[in-house]
Design a binder for this molecule. Structure first.
Ligand SMILES: NC(=O)c1ccc[n+]([C@@H]2O[C@H](COP(=O)([O-])OP(=O)(O)OC[C@H]3O[C@@H](n4cnc5c(N)ncnc54)[C@H](O)[C@@H]3O)[C@@H](O)[C@H]2O)c1
Length: 265
């Protein structure tokens, strides 16, 4: 099905690794013009090469730190300079390290808050400044089922992802009048298929520290669909919500893509 994304200008933050990489390749297969904003430019360049091979109209990498507004503005300028506008923003950057709340300290909290929430604010604000005058646009933010479940060892991260969900609904209410749609996708545990799919700044770069094979098996058994997610499982929902052609009447929604882990009515 043609999603109407051909030649659209799409920004994917954190597009160098794991879920972000799969999302970039999804837009590539639809023939989009893609800007990857990632702090790890080397890994993002590897993704861009794959994107060009898989049908992207064009794909550029802009080394970006989403926690820094000036850096984010430079990324959007590179996208508008090269592709004329920004039609779709995918706020994909996120980061966590699994720890009980009592083991964490204010330095860790600040890092989690900045990467998962302030980064989203910086990118969304800058996108809206471009999209409002054009009276069109789509913003999809990657949150987490941790925002809905109160996940063990993800207290601050889950809190910030819940902030992303709530923030997105307000932004959707405020900007629907400009034809701008804002939605959220919540993955569950989504592991890379291949270690080369993650970069050095990825939270999966030392995956063995986060999950042992035993733990992964237990997680899979607890899911209604009995299987752990892979990055490709997240792509369809993101593409669907990005597309005005098929999701043009959907805004302010939070959609779990997690093998049934969360079932919110
Ligand atoms: N993988 C999962 O199990 C899972 C589950 C739920 C939600 N999520 C969410 O999905 C999204 C993607 O997760 P992932 O597993 O692909 O993560 P990942 O850690 O593999 O990739 C994150 C990417 O963001 C980049 N990045 C990190 N900090 C950055 C910054 N300050 N500025 C710009 N780029 C930065 C990294 O270089 C990397 O390319 C995140 O928002 C994450 O919270 C992931």
């Amino acid at each position: 099905m043609d999603l109407g994304l051909r030649n659209k200008s799409v920004i994917v933050t954190g597009g160098g690794s794991n879920i972000g990489r799969a999302i970039v390749l999804g837009f590539a297969s639809e023939g989009a013009n893609i800007t990857i904003g990632d702090i790890d430019a080397g890994q993002a360049e590897d993704t861009a090469k794959l994107a060009r091979e898989q049908g992207a109209a064009s794909c550029q990498v802009v080394k970006t730190d989403v926690t820094d507004l000036a850096s984010v503005q430079a990324m959007f300028k590179a996208a508008t300079d090269k592709f004329g506008s920004v039609d779709v923003l995918v706020n994909n950057v996120g980061w966590d390290k699994l720890m009980f709340f009592t083991q964490t300290d204010p330095e860790f909290w600040r890092k989690v808050i900045n990467i998962n929430f302030v980064g989203n604010l910086n990118c969304t604000k800058t996108a809206l400044e471009i999209m409002i005058p054009k009276n069109t646009g789509s913003i999809v933010s990657i949150s987490s089922d941790a925002s809905r479940q109160g996940e063990l060892r993800e207290a601050v991260y889950g809190g910030m992802k819940a902030a992303v969900n709530s923030f997105t609904k307000t932004v959707a209410r405020e900007n629907g009048r400009y034809g701008i749609r804002c939605n959220v996708v919540c993955p569950g545990v989504t592991i890379p298929k291949d270690p080369s799919d993650v970069g050095g700044s990825s939270m999966w770069s030392n995956m063995a520290d986060m999950f042992t094979p035993d733990q992964l098996e237990k997680v899979a058994k607890a899911l209604p669909l009995r299987t752990i997610g892979h990055p490709e499982d997240i792509v369809g929902a993101v593409m669907f919500l990005s597309s005005r052609k098929v999701a043009g009447y959907i805004t302010g929604q939070v959609l779990s893509v997690s093998g049934g882990y969360s079932m919110i009515g």
